[in-house]
Design a protein around this ligand. Structure first.
Ligand SMILES: *[C@@H]1O[C@H](CO)[C@@H](O)[C@H](O)[C@H]1NC(C)=O
Ligand SMILES: *[C@@H]1O[C@H](CO)[C@@H](O)[C@H](O)[C@H]1NC(C)=O
Length: 707
């Protein structure tokens, strides 16, 4: 029965597949974030075909945008090479005088025009394919495959469900539910070993891994074949990766407001960032899902595998070529020098002499590094060399000495910390012995805690008619409330993906939201006051600490996600309103109210453990917060929002909640989610924290190299 509607589906997808990727077609690519949202919405309605159609298309369009950008930049680089004659000026000698400078900039303008026209011809307006940091993150985490696996499973397309599950799991190896799903799939009839595919695998990496597996099976002929393909594919992927680096200037690490630089400094700053990104491609390409660390010394290691594979296949000429190539990277490698001597003796020294290494790649990379080190010395622009093979003299001597000293210091500190940790462990052990009797009696108690003076516990679980609930007042000041409300309105005007959109929950309200990440980003771009963005961040920390302390948690509570959301009543759509502003739901499971059940399964955010809502205003009608029973109907407690008030609660099935319709005015609040699982901590926010700290220190541009 279910199989019947699975079949037409394939027919449905196939023609789209060819039409929207063919270059130059008039077909307008639908924006990835729109497709993603559509799919997610369909998911909650159980409309599996719509989920599949939109999510697959989102993945395809994302890949297409990437491909087109790389292709445009590469072909424009070819068409407007700087070495060519400049129109009307004869041969260019950039920098020889102001007229020649004009010629140089003429090339730049031509290149920019070429890239712009190429991209807009193939992709449409450039802003259409910008996605928010949040959507970007979902794709990085491979979340679309989580939705897809459920949808394919529901329509009985097992092979596709398995591939999606496997693909998701590779990027989320700690995801317990998916692990269980995969084990379940393994036992199901009709599921084949080949179905466990990584749908996001990159060719160069897949070939490298295949090469390695043949290599360990001593199948050296096949190993060499795959490593050769891997090397070729590496260079292709590297070109693409580098072309994609030529994007917009990223103000991370700068305070945008204070950034002012002249023409050449501006060009330098942007170009250094591009070069840094290009150098990072060496790492980017060495990453594979399922491994925490990128492969060490990735490209050179190909030639190491190759030389040994060729030697074992008695192909000495190729073995010599690859050994020599490896030695380009590591000229002093003793073993490889011995290998080379041995292969040369077998083949004949004269003949071996004539074989040269493969030169591509290295020279360009070294030139990039030299420029980057120049930028480092002259302007303090950070560069962390990703490669192990960089010849010593490429790095300026002063820097080399400093790095050596830093490394020694770091090693010393690590050792000292290690000793300290041991001491602490011993102390804890002893303490545990002492208090083991006590701990049996004392159980953590709600509210036995010290909160800052100005914060008042207005209601505890008992008054709120439930468990794991608290109502606090005075968490932020009136001024802070106003500032955050302004932040939301400013962010919405500057465009954050929700602008002018009706609420996802109610057609009678307008909805605008901004995340901390987005707020800080807008702050850095000078679009909203950076101070407000910091306030948003600081109060999230404040609430996190309060909950940790209030609920007497004995492990750390981690920040997971936060959203500043305003809902405004649409005046003409308030008649006979029966819906809620936000339907009753539970934060970490899927509420099935008909069955009085809550299912803790993805894509519910199962890792969420505590939730809090901080209210920013009270000048609106409706919009009360409600707790209900699992039936989503019986209201057990109500909370009237007001500035500085926080309602916080456990994120599980004990706390179904929702928001009553906002019937007049605008209601603004910050929703915060926390987790006890460090794996689900939103780490980006901590990068921001570091950044914020760096900013307040006044030292914006210079950072010590990592050791
Ligand atoms: C540049 O274009 C020419 C002519 O179309 C082509 O032969 C050449 O291979 C291209 N070079 C690169 C680096 O793409
Ligand atoms: C808790 O329940 C009682 C009795 O039904 C009700 O009067 C009270 O308003 C409820 N508490 C809250 C905060 O809504």
């Amino acid at each position: 029965m279910e199989l019947r509607y699975a079949l037409p589906l394939l027919l449905f997808i196939a023609p789209l597949c060819s039409s929207d990727t063919s270059p130059g077609s008039l077909f307008v690519l639908e924006p990835v974030d729109f497709l993603f949202d559509t799919a997610v919405e369909a998911y909650y309605k159980g409309d599996w075909l719509t989920v599949i159609l939109n999510m697959e298309k989102a993945l395809r369009n994302k890949a297409t945008v990437r491909k087109v950008k790389a292709q445009c930049r590469l072909s424009c680089a070819n068409q407007t090479a700087f070495g060519d004659q400049l129109a009307g000026l004869g041969v260019a000698i950039p920098g020889a005088g102001s007229v020649e400078d004009l010629g140089f900039f003429q090339k730049i303008l031509t290149r920019a025009d070429c890239v712009n026209s190429c991209e807009s011809e193939k992709l449409g307006s450039p802003t259409m394919h910008q996605v928010t940091a949040e959507v970007q993150l979902e794709f990085t985490k491979r979340t679309p495959y989580n939705y897809l696996q459920v949808a394919y499973f529901k329509i009985n397309k097992l092979d596709k469900a398995v591939a999606a599950a496997h693909t998701f799991f590779l990027a989320n190896p700690d995801h317990m539910e998916m692990k269980q799903n995969l084990e379940y799939y393994k036992m199901m009839a009709g599921v084949q070993q080949e179905d466990f595919k990584d749908l996001e695998a990159r060719t160069h990496m897949a070939e490298f891994l295949l090469g390695k597996s043949y290599y360990s099976d001593d199948s050296f002929g096949l190993a060499a074949d795959h490593f050769e393909v891997a090397v070729d594919e590496f260079f292709t992927a590297d070109k693409e990766c580098k072309a994609l680096c030529e994007g917009a200037y990223n103000y991370d690490g700068y305070n945008y407001m204070e950034y002012s630089a002249d023409l050449f400094q501006t060009i330098t700053d942007h170009y250094m960032q591009v070069l840094n990104c290009k150098q990072h491609c060496a790492v980017e390409l060495a990453i594979t899902s399922g491994r925490d660390e990128p492969f060490d010394d990735f490209l050179p290691s190909h030639f190491n595998y190759l030389q040994f594979s060729y030697y074992n296949s008695e192909k000495y000429e190729q073995a010599i070529e690859c050994a020599k190539t490896f030695l380009l990277f590591h000229p002093d490698d003793e073993v490889m020098n011995q290998n080379l001597a041995y292969y040369s003796a077998v083949l004949g020294e004269d003949k071996a002499q004539t074989i040269s290494a493969r030169q591509q790649y290295m020279q360009q990379s070294i030139l990039e590094k030299e420029l980057l080190y120049f930028g480092y010395e002259a302007f303090g622009i950070t560069f962390v060399d990703p490669d192990q093979w960089t010849p010593e003299d490429v790095m300026p001597k002063k820097l080399r000495d400093k790095q050596k000293a830093d490394k020694e210091t770091a090693a010393r500190i690590t050792e000292e910390i290690g000793n300290l940790m041991k001491e602490i462990e011993t102390l804890v052990e002893e303490k545990k012995k002492d208090s083991s009797e006590m701990s049996k009696i004392i159980t953590p108690q709600e509210g036995v805690t010290v909160l800052p003076d100005d914060i008042k516990v207005t209601m505890m679980s008992k008054q709120l008619n439930g468990s794991q609930r608290v109502l606090l007042d005075g968490v932020i000041t009136d001024d802070e409330c106003r500032e955050l409300q302004r932040l939301s309105n400013a962010a919405a005007q500057k465009g954050d993906g929700y602008r002018g959109q009706p609420s996802p929950h109610s057609a009678s309200e307008m909805f605008q939201g901004v995340t901390i990440l987005k707020a800080v980003k807008l702050g850095q771009e000078g679009k909203v006051p950076l101070k407000s963005a910091h306030l948003f961040f600081d109060l999230s920390e404040k609430v996190r600490k309060m909950l940790e302390s209030y609920f007497s948690l004995d492990t750390t509570l981690y920040f997971s996600y936060s959203h500043l959301v305003c809902r405004s009543a649409i005046d003409e759509k308030q008649d006979d309103r029966k819906d809620l502003s936000h339907p009753v739901h539970v934060d970490n499971c899927l509420l099935v109210s008909e069955m009085n059940e809550c299912i803790k399964e993805p894509p519910a955010y199962t890792h969420r453990d505590y939730s809090a809502i901080l209210y920013l205003n009270e000048d609106f009608e409706g919009g009360d917060f409600i707790f209900t029973e699992l039936d989503a109907k019986t209201v057990t407690a109500e909370v009237r929002p007001q500035c500085g008030r926080v309602v916080a609660f456990g994120a599980g099935k004990e706390n179904p909640h929702g928001v009553r319709a906002v019937t007049k005015g605008q209601r603004c609040a910050v929703a915060l989610w926390f987790t006890l699982d460090p794996a689900h901590e939103e780490k980006k926010v901590f990068e921001l924290l570091t950044l914020a700290a760096a900013c307040s220190g006044g030292q914006l541009r210079w950072m010590a190299p990592k050791v």
